[in-house]
Design a protein. Structure first.
Lengths: 412, 378
C-alpha cells in the first residue's frame, strides 16, 4: 500500500475474535526480544538468551492457565494445537493397544477440530458430533446420552465459542468423560484475556490456546497436555519441547505470549470493561434498530462477543458497507478468498441459511472505548436503514421478528 | 434512473461520487479502475467469485476470469491505488443462471452464449443491487463499449472505438433504466492503448494474457466440460446424415461435440471414398430429438432470414426498420429489416444471405454505432 491515493476513514476495530492487535507493551519490547535471535537449542552463548525467554514464557503461561510448566508445549497456531491434541491423544492410545475408536465432539467446533476429526473418521474412528440448539449452549445431557464407556476414547468441546462467545460447560463434560474413562480436550483459543482460565479446575487432559487472540505476536500457540495423559507428537523432529513438538521455536512470538501471560492479573478488570461496552452496545442496538436479536444472548457468554441477527440485510453487504465507513466486524468464518459463506457454527445451532447470512459478529477488545461503540451504533443504524429501504423490508415481514417488532411498536 | 445524469467526479454537495468497479483481475477492468481513480472518483472494487476453478484444469491466472489468482491481481491493483476492494460470493447464482443453461443449451443442440447471461444476471443485476446497497452512484466495468447521449439526450450504449474488441454484442440484455448509472471507462481506447496505460501506471496485470473463450471452460474444451457436468447417459451418440438425401455417412459420440457451420472434426471416414472434386462437408443442423447431426454442402448454410426470440430493446425501435445485425460475436454484421411478428418475436430479413445461423447465439441490432437491442436465435 505504498501509493495510497484514497485515505481510509479512521478504523474502529471490533473483530477481536479473528485476531487482536499487538498490545503496545508488546510492541515496545519486540526489539529487545529480537536481539535474542539465537537458536535456543544451541549450547553456546547465543543460545542462552532465547533459552531463557522460552523458560520464562513457559512459566508465565503455566501460571496463567493453572498448569505445570512441563505441561506446556509451544506450537505455531491454535490449529496446530488442536490437530496435535486430537491426533496425538488417539495415536498414543492406539499405540498402547487401546481398542476404543469412538470420539465425541460438539458440533460447534472450529474447523481445525472438525476437519481433523473428519480425517480421523476416514482412518477408522467413529466420530460423533453432538448437536447444538439455538441457545448455542452445549448440554451435558446430550454428551451423557452419547458417551459409551469402554468405547469412547476422547471427548472434545470448546471452552468459548468463536461466533457467539457462549461459555460451554467444559468442566461438567470433562467429569463425564473421565467417569467413562475417556480423555478430554478443550479448544480454549477464544478464552485467553476474556475470562480467567484454570485448567486444574476444568480438569481437562488437553487444551489449546493461541497468542494472537491475546495481543501477542502471531506464530506462537500453546498445547497443554496433562502430565499423565497419553500423547504422541504430530511433528517429529529434534528434541525441542521435550521431543513433543519438533521445529526450532519461534522465540520472538513465544516471548510475547509469555509476556502477555504475566498480565493475567488484569484479566478480570479488562473483562469487566469489555462486558460493559458489549452490554451498552447490545442495549442500544436492541432499542434503536428494529427486529434485531442476539444469538446465544440467553446463554452464559464471555463479555466481549455479540452475535447479531439483523433481518432485512445480508452479512456480506453489511460487512462491505461497514468497512467503507471504517468499522471492522465479521460475518463469520471467512474463507481463504475473503468471500464469506454463512457461518457453520450458526447453521449448526439451527439458524436457517437466511438467518446466518444476515448475522454479524462483534468482538470487543481491551482497547475499545465507549465512544467507538457509540460511533459504531450510529453507522450501523445508517447502513441497516439503507439496506432495508432498498430491499423494501418492513417491520414484521420476517415471521421470526414480528413479535419483537410489534411489542416494541417502533418504526425506524 | 433514466434521464440526464451528471457524471462529474464531484457531486453538487462537494462529495466525491462513488463508483463500484467490477474487477476480473484482467488488464481491462484494472485500467478502468485506475482511470476512475485518476479522474477523482471514490472507487470501490469488487470481484465476483463465480466458479470453483480448482475443479477444472485451467492454468490459474492464465487467461481466465475471476479465478483465485485473478482475485489477487485485482486486489493488488486496489492496494496500489488504496481503494476498498471486496470479493462477492456469486457461485450459486453463477451456477444457476450461467453454467446450467450453458450445459442445457449444448444438450439441446445449441451453441450457447454464457457471457450474455453472466452480464444479464450477475454484472448488470447482482452488481447493480450491490452498487445501490454500497451507496455507490455508478457501476463501471472494463467492457469495450461506450456510453453517449442519444437523440433524446438519454445515455445510450454505442460501439467501442476499438472495433476489433467491441463487446456491445454481449450487452443487449441490459435494462435501459440502468444505463444512466453505468460507466465503461476504457470504451474510447483500443487494447494497445489500454496495455500502454497499464504499463505506465505500473499495474501488475499490464502484460497479462487476454482472456479468450469462455472463462469457466478453459483448456479442457467444451465437450469435456459438458461431460464433466452431466451424467454419461445424457451424452449418447447418434448418426451423421447427409443433406438432403438423409444417407447415414457416419456416427458421432454426442451432439455436444458439434456446432453449426463446423467443418473440422466430423470424423467422417467416408471422405476418402468421395471424389477429389467433391466439396467439403459442414454441419448444417443438429436434431436433439433424434440425435442426428446433418451435414452437407456449404451452400446450404446460408439463409436470408433469422428468427429472434425474447427480444430486448435499449431504445426506440420501429418495426420494419433497416438495422445492422450481428448473429455471432465475431460476425461483422449485415443489414436487414427487423420485423415484428404476431407472437411478439422478431424476424430479420437480411439483404444478403448470412452464413451459419446458430441456435443459442444472439442476434444483436445496431443503428450505426448505437446498440438498439437483440434477442436469442432459437
Amino acid at each position: 500500500m505504498a501509493h495510497l491515493t484514497q485515505s481510509p476513514k479512521p478504523a474502529i476495530y471490533l473483530d477481536h475474535n479473528a485476531t487482536t492487535p499487538l498490545d503496545p507493551e508488546v510492541i515496545a519490547r519486540l526489539s529487545a526480544w529480537a536481539l535474542d535471535w539465537g537458536n535456543p537449542s544451541s549450547i553456546h552463548q547465543a543460545g542462552r538468551g532465547p533459552k531463557a525467554r522460552l523458560r520464562d514464557a513457559r512459566a508465565s503461561v503455566a501460571r496463567m492457565i493453572g498448569a505445570n510448566p512441563l505441561e506446556v508445549i509451544f506450537t505455531s497456531c491454535g490449529s496446530e494445537s488442536n490437530n496435535t491434541a486430537l491426533v496425538g491423544a488417539l495415536s498414543a492410545l492406539k499405540a498402547s493397544g487401546d481398542k476404543r475408536r469412538h470420539v465425541l465432539a460438539s458440533s460447534l467446533e472450529h474447523p481445525s477440530v472438525k476437519r481433523t476429526l473428519e480425517h480421523l473418521s476416514e482412518q477408522g474412528y467413529e466420530v460423533e458430533f453432538v448437536p447444538a440448539n439455538r441457545s448455542g449452549l452445549m448440554r451435558v445431557e446430550d454428551f451423557r446420552a452419547r458417551i459409551r464407556s469402554g468405547e469412547t476414547a476422547l471427548v472434545s468441546c470448546m471452552l468459548v465459542n468463536n461466533e457467539t462467545g457462549v461459555v460451554q460447560p467444559v468442566k461438567e463434560i470433562a467429569e463425564l468423560a473421565h467417569a467413562a474413562n475417556a480423555l478430554m480436550h478443550t479448544d480454549a483459543v477464544q478464552a485467553l484475556g476474556k475470562m480467567p482460565v484454570d485448567l486444574r479446575d476444568l480438569g481437562v487432559d488437553y487444551a489449546s490456546f493461541a497468542g494472537h487472540k491475546f495481543y501477542a505476536v502471531r506464530g506462537a500457540a500453546v498445547l497443554f497436555v496433562k502430565r499423565s495423559s497419553p500423547f504422541q507428537p504430530l511433528i517429529f523432529g529434534g528434541a525441542q519441547e521435550r521431543h513433543r513438538r519438533g521445529g526450532t521455536e519461534n522465540t520472538l512470538a513465544i516471548a510475547s505470549l509469555g509476556y502477555m501471560c504475566t498480565r493475567v492479573g488484569e484479566v478480570p478488570e479488562r473483562a469487566k470493561h469489555m462486558a460493559s461496552l458489549r452490554d451498552h452496545f447490545e442495549a442500544r442496538v436492541l432499542a434503536e434498530i428494529e427486529a434485531v436479536s442476539i444469538t446465544g444472548g440467553e446463554s452464559p457468554r464471555v463479555g466481549s462477543t455479540s452475535s447479531l441477527l439483523i433481518p432485512g440485510t445480508d452479512g456480506e453487504t453489511l460487512l462491505m458497507s461497514l468497512d467503507m465507513e471504517g468499522v471492522q466486524v465479521s460475518t463469520g468464518a471467512a474463507c481463504s478468498s475473503g468471500s464469506p459463506e454463512p457461518s457453520p457454527v450458526l447453521l449448526a445451532m439451527g439458524l436457517t441459511r437466511e438467518e446466518a447470512q444476515c448475522s454479524l459478529r462483534v468482538g470487543v477488545g481491551w482497547g475499545n472505548t465507549v465512544g467507538e461503540i457509540d460511533s459504531f451504533v450510529e453507522i450501523l443504524k445508517k447502513v441497516v436503514t439503507r439496506l432495508r429501504d432498498l430491499r423494501g423490508w418492513k417491520s414484521g415481514s420476517s415471521s421470526e421478528s414480528s413479535a419483537d417488532a410489534s411489542t416494541k411498536g417502533r418504526v425506524v | 434512473m433514466t434521464g440526464f445524469v451528471d457524471r462529474s467526479p464531484i457531486g453538487p454537495d462537494g462529495r466525491r461520487r462513488r463508483v463500484l468497479v467490477a474487477m476480473s483481475g484482467g488488464v481491462d477492468s484494472s485500467v478502468a479502475a485506475a482511470l476512475l481513480v485518476e479522474q477523482g472518483y471514490d472507487v470501490v472494487g469488487v470481484t465476483m467469485q463465480v466458479w470453483d476453478y480448482t475443479s477444472c484444469d485451467i492454468e490459474e491466472g492464465n487467461g481466465t476470469c475471476c479465478s483465485s489468482l485473478d482475485v489477487d491481481d485485482a486486489r493488488s491493483v486496489a492496494d496500489r491505488f488504496g481503494f476498498s476492494f471486496y470479493v462477492a460470493n456469486c457461485e450459486a447464482k453463477f451456477k444457476a443462471s450461467v453454467i446450467d443453461p450453458f450445459v442445457e443449451g449444448y444438450l439441446k443442440g445449441q451453441t450457447p452464449l454464457p457471457c450474455v447471461n453472466c452480464n444479464t444476471f450477475l454484472k448488470f443485476d447482482h452488481l447493480i443491487t450491490r452498487m445501490k446497497e454500497l451507496d455507490c452512484d455508478f457501476l463501471a466495468t472494463g467492457h469495450y463499449a461506450k456510453i453517449e447521449p442519444g437523440i433524446d439526450g438519454r445515455p445510450t450504449i454505442v460501439t467501442s472505438d476499438d472495433s476489433w474488441k467491441d463487446q456491445t454484442y454481449f450487452l443487449f440484455t441490459i435494462d435501459p433504466e440502468v444505463v444512466p448509472r453505468l460507466m465503461f471507462p476504457i470504451g474510447h481506447l483500443n487494447k494497445a492503448e489500454v496495455r500502454k496505460i497499464a504499463e505506465e501506471k505500473g499495474l501488475v496485470v499490464a502484460r497479462k494474457k487476454d482472456s479468450t473463450g469462455i472463462c469457466f471452460v478453459g483448456n479442457m474444451g467444451y465437450s469435456n466440460f459438458i461431460a464433466s457436468q452431466v451424467s454419461a447417459d445424457k451424452l449418447v451418440g447418434g448418426n451423421i446424415r447427409l443433406h438432403p438425401t438423409g444417407e447415414i455417412v457416419g456416427e458421432h459420440a454426442g451432439i455436444h461435440h458439434f456446432t453449426y457451420g463446423q467443418r473440422k472434426g466430423l470424423g467422417l471416414a467416408t471422405r476418402k471414398d468421395r471424389s477429389e472434386s467433391e466439396a467439403p462437408l459442414f454441419v448444417l443442423r443438429i436434431d436433439p430429438e433424434t440425435r442426428d447431426v446433418w451435414v452437407g454442402d456449404e451452400s446450404y448454410l446460408f439463409s436470408k432470414t433469422v428468427q429472434v426470440r425474447e427480444p430486448r430493446f435499449l431504445g426506440a425501435f420501429e418495426p420494419g426498420e433497416r438495422l445492422k445485425v450481428k448473429i455471432r460475436y465475431a460476425h461483422k454484421g449485415a443489414y436487414g429489416r427487423v420485423l415484428k411478428r404476431e407472437d411478439g418475436n422478431l424476424e430479420v430479413e437480411f439483404e444478403e444471405p448470412v452464413r451459419a445461423v446458430t441456435p443459442g447465439q444472439a442476434a444483436v441490432f445496431y443503428r450505426d454505432s448505437q446498440l438498439v437491442g437483440g434477442g436469442w436465435i432459437p
